[in-house]
Design a protein around this ligand. Structure first.
Ligand code: ADP
Length: 178
């Protein structure tokens, strides 16, 4: 599924983010930037040791922020590492922190003159964020950024790992844009 907002294409696809050819891909990292399971593990496996070396040099990243490294052996030139919130009960600032994670990635991309970027579904795996709520925050944050920063990005992709996640994002995007 894809739509165009202020000359930026926003697309949803099912797949493996490590195969993306956008300028940057986003990693759902942990605050120590130490590598881990899920999408983080997949990105480091596919991208090779240069990425973790840069992560070690950077040292860490607070929840809701983002840092950038090389893409190593990936097709993407850069990896933007962001740290989403661990979901507790929805009363620990989770929604704000999740929106901030997406926004920090988009701001960093714009600053680095990155034109295309792919996101995974941040926080909805090991970090336990309910996907319906997370999808709405993710898509709203991206749409708001695109509208407020015309011409900065040509393509924003969400790469969802399962049919179920893809369907949730698709329904949410239809709801937000109808
Ligand atoms: P978090 O700790 O932020 O919850 P996870 O990596 O556990 O991060 O999960 C985030 C999402 O990334 C989950 O929906 C998971 O299914 C998905 N995911 C895992 N591997 C990949 C991959 N290679 N490409 C895209 N998404 C992936």
């Amino acid at each position: 599924m894809q739509i165009t907002i202020s000359s930026t294409t926003l697309s949803l696809t099912k797949g493996d983010i490590t195969q993306e050819e956008t300028d940057a891909i986003v990693n759902a990292a942990n605050s120590r930037l130490a590598g881990g399971g899920g999408v983080d593990g997949a990105i480091h496996r596919a991208g090779g040791p240069k990425i973790i070396e840069e992560c070690r040099r950077i040292g860490g990243c607070p929840t809701g922020s983002a840092v950038i490294t090389t893409g190593g052996n990936l097709k993407a030139k850069y990896v933007i590492h962001t740290v989403g919130p661990i979901y507790q009960d929805g009363r620990h600032n989770e929604a704000k922190l999740l929106a901030s994670a997406y926004k920090s990635c988009l701001e960093l991309a714009a600053k680095k003159v990155i034109k295309s970027i792919s996101f995974p579904s941040i926080s909805t795996g090991a970090y336990g964020y309910p996907i319906n709520e997370a999808a709405e925050i993710a898509l709203k944050t991206v749409i708001d950024f695109i509208k407020a920063n015309k011409e900065k990005l040509s393509l924003v992709r969400f790469v969802l790992f399962s049919d179920k996640d893809f369907e949730v994002y698709k329904k949410t995007l239809e709801k937000l844009t109808k």
